[in-house]
Structure formats: structure tokens, C-alpha cells
Write a protein that binds this ligand. Structure first.
Ligand SMILES: *Cc1c(COP(=O)(O)O)cnc(C)c1O
Length: 408
């Protein structure tokens, strides 16, 4: 480990302590919320045993969905290992809500890259192929929602679904706070109470004390809510009527939520959820540490180490391709899994530029575990997230920063 990094790291660790106290307070609040939901539904060992085949009467799955609904303060939930990813959960949500000739309006700019095909792909069974109209309302230059335009559009065109994304995803803007999202949601409801407000909540769960009050929210279990323990899966929560539509799309009309074998994974989903508030806190602390450290090294970050957060993503702008690649490779080197493997940029399906990814994870692609990815393009921004434990996350960042400084 580079001496200068050790020195900087010690300095930075002191600096960020007050920020950590704020995180601890949110973690404690959310931990109690999760605990209370588990107590309310009398979670017991019997819920851990899964079903096979059709998966009828899976009491564990049913209690998981009640607990999820309770945590989000909504009517119903669909939490399934058969949802293969966040993209699948989000696309299932949209397909469940929209019918031919309906309109979808994305109001926080273009949605996450992996949804491009699901929404507007040509001849591949996208929403567009099914005759769903699609409009994107770009964000303003300051990264805020163009609320005038959105309200005007919603009032005039009465779109079936308005979609928002909480996290920054692969973009320069910051994550939207829950308070801000709720303000927008409220305004939209005031001009058209019929429009369904759907929200991509990926990477945002449990970062703040409350979740956004959208009509339907979706995300991945190998991100925040899986707590690093859920091996796969996704969730969709919200109003009962919409969750039912979406469940009909997920399994089959008429089957809905009734089927879906859990194969013994209920315990991991539940234990992961139990761990999630703490693990999200560890990931945020890792992000804060990394921001503070690389700021001292002279790189630009977003958010800054002392800024409020609403997702777990940290970006570092390198303005230098080699440094970006070295840092990313260093993250991999500092992992517990595949630390001996060196990642290189490649053309990943669903993404428009070449991408480099560091993911030394217990669950493949799990990004609640320390991971980093970057499209290889100016100004060479690394998107980084996760860290199951602060101690391992910190070490991973220090390894990356150290490699980034050495010229070989
Ligand atoms: C990760 C993510 C997705 C897609 O989830 P996958 O599990 O990678 O398919 C969608 N939206 C946002 C904001 C995300 O962070």
C-alpha cells in the first residue's frame, strides 16, 4: 500500500466522522422499521422453508411480501426470485401497467440504459412493439425536473404512466432526495390523479428514512434491499390494484401472485432484508470515505463527501483514461472474490459505450457489494457503489487509490 494513501486515509477517517454519525442515525431508524415489520407479521422459522413446483401457499413468500409492503408503507408487494434483475422488475412493472395506445412519459430524463430496449427496442417485443407511446422530458440544466413542462404535459396528454428514477444511474446529475420526489409526485397528482406514478428505486432503498410515495416502485434484490445475502430477485411494491396487474404480467393473467416457488430462498431474502439497513449504511460510509480520499488526491467527485445522499452511488471524474482503468482494476484487486482477475473494458450488451467493471462479488453482478463501472468515454467518470462492510470497502478503495498513484 502506498505510504501517501495510508497517510491521507488516516486524515480523512477523522474528517468524515461527523458524517458517519448522521448515517448511523438513519441506519438505526431503518433497522427498527424493518424489525417492527418482521414482528408485526410474526415472522418465524416456519417461514424459511420454501415450496417447489407451482409454489402455491408459500407462507414464507406471503409474509415477505407483507413485510415489504409494510416497510414501504404501501398496500401490496411482489418480491420474487423469478425477477431476474432490476431491469426485469422495472420492465415487468411497465408492461403490467401499460396497454396498447397508452403513453409512458419519463420525466427524470432518459431512464437507465438497460431499459432502452424494453421500452423502445425495435422488433424485440418492447413496449413500443406493443403500441405504447413513449416520451422523454429532459431534465433542466441544473439537473432538476422540468416541472412546468411535466405538469403541462400531464394535464394536456393525460399519459397512463409517468416514470421517475431516483438514483443518478449513469448520469451526471445527483440522486433525487425523497422530499424532492414527493414534491413532484404531489404536483403531478394535483393536475391529474389518474396518471400512475411509477418509480425506479434502484440503489435508493434505505438511504433515507422514508421511501418515495409513488404509486408503484421497483428495484433489485442484489442491490440495497437484499443486504448482500439475497442471491437473486427483484421487488415491485405499491397500490394493490397495480401490483395485481403487474403480478399478472409476471406470472400469467389469472395466476398473479398465487404461484412462484421459493425453493428454500425465503430465509436469505428475509435475512438479507434484516441486514439491509446496516449494509446500506456500510456502503454509504464506503462512498463517503472514497469521496473524501480522492478529493484529497485532486479528483472531482459527486456527491462530495459531506453532501446529503439519496442513493449509494459515488462518482469520481478522472479526466484520464489510464487512471480510471487502474482505479477500477484496483477495486477488483481489493475484493474477496476474483481478486486475482484483472478487468478490462468490453462491449457489454445493453450499454452504448465500452464499459469496464470491477465486481469481486459473492453474488454475480451484485452491486451492494463493492463494485465499480465506467463507460470508457470523456471525461472518464467512474461509478462506484456498495461495500458489505465498511472495513472491506475502505480497504478496496485504498488499494484502488494506491494503484492509481503508481505508474506501472
Ligand atoms: C441497477 C439499476 C437498474 C437495472 O438493474 P439491473 O439489476 O442491473 O438490471 C435500473 N435502474 C437503476 C437506477 C439502477 O441502478
Amino acid at each position: 500500500m502506498n505510504e501517501q494513501i495510508i497517510k491521507l486515509s488516516n486524515e480523512v477517517s477523522k474528517l468524515i466522522k461527523p458524517q458517519f454519525e448522521k448515517i448511523d442515525e438513519i441506519v438505526e431508524y431503518n433497522q427498527i422499521k424493518v424489525l417492527k415489520a418482521m414482528q408485526k407479521y410474526q415472522l418465524s422459522e416456519a417461514h424459511f422453508f420454501g415450496t417447489s413446483g407451482y409454489g402455491y401457499d408459500d407462507i414464507g413468500r406471503e409474509v415477505i411480501e407483507k413485510i415489504y409492503a409494510d416497510i414501504f408503507g404501501v398496500e401490496d408487494a411482489l418480491v420474487r426470485i423469478q425477477l431476474v434483475s432490476g431491469t426485469h422488475a422495472l420492465s415487468t412493472m411497465l408492461f403490467g401497467l401499460l396497454r396498447p395506445n397508452d403513453e409512458l412519459v419519463a420525466i427524470t430524463g432518459k431512464p437507465y440504459d438497460t431499459l432502452d430496449d424494453a421500452i423502445a427496442g425495435e422488433g424485440i417485443g418492447s413496449l413500443k412493439d406493443y403500441g405504447v407511446k413513449y416520451t422523454i422530458i429532459d431534465l433542466l440544466d441544473d439537473g432538476k425536473v422540468d416541472i412546468e413542462k411535466v405538469l403541462d404535459y400531464v394535464k394536456t396528454n393525460k399519459p397512463k404512466v409517468v416514470m421517475m428514477q431516483r438514483s443518478r444511474g449513469y448520469s451526471a446529475r445527483k440522486a433525487f432526495s425523497v422530499a424532492y420526489l414527493n414534491e413532484i409526485i404531489e404536483k403531478i397528482r394535483n393536475v391529474n390523479s389518474e396518471t400512475i406514478i411509477a418509480l425506479d428505486n434502484c440503489y435508493g432503498e434505505l438511504v433515507e428514512k422514508e421511501e418515495p410515495k409513488a404509486d408503484v416502485l421497483a428495484g433489485s434484490l442484489i442491490k440495497n434491499l437484499g443486504g448482500g445475502i439475497a442471491p437473486t430477485g427483484g421487488y415491485i411494491v405499491g397500490k394493490q390494484k397495480y401490483v395485481e396487474w403487474i403480478a399478472n404480467r409476471h406470472t400469467s393473467p389469472g395466476v398473479g401472485k398465487e404461484c412462484g416457488a421459493t425453493l428454500g430462498f425465503n430465509k436469505q431474502i428475509l435475512q438479507g432484508l434484516f441486514m439491509a439497513p446496516h449494509v446500506v449504511g456500510q456502503a454509504i460510509k464506503t462512498a463517503i470515505f472514497s469521496a473524501a480520499l480522492v478529493e484529497k488526491m485532486g479528483f472531482e467527485t459527486s456527491p462530495k463527501w459531506d453532501e446529503d445522499r439519496s442513493d449509494i452511488i459515488q462518482t469520481i471524474t478522472f479526466h484520464d483514461k489510464d487512471k480510471l482503468i487502474k482505479f477500477c482494476q484496483g477495486i477488483q484487486k481489493g475484493s474477496a472474490i476474483d481478486s486475482h482477475v484483472t478487468p478490462y473494458p468490453w462491449a457489454m450488451p445493453g450499454y452504448s459505450d465500452e464499459v469496464i467493471m470491477a465486481a469481486g462479488a459473492f453474488n454475480q453482478g451484485s452491486s451492494i457489494e463493492l463494485s465499480a463501472d465506467a463507460p470508457i468515454k470523456e471525461p472518464y467518470i467512474l461509478y462506484m457503489q456498495g461495500g458489505l462492510t465498511y472495513e472491506s470497502g475502505k480497504y478496496g478503495i485504498m488499494t484502488a487509490a494506491s494503484d492509481c498513484l503508481t505508474n506501472n
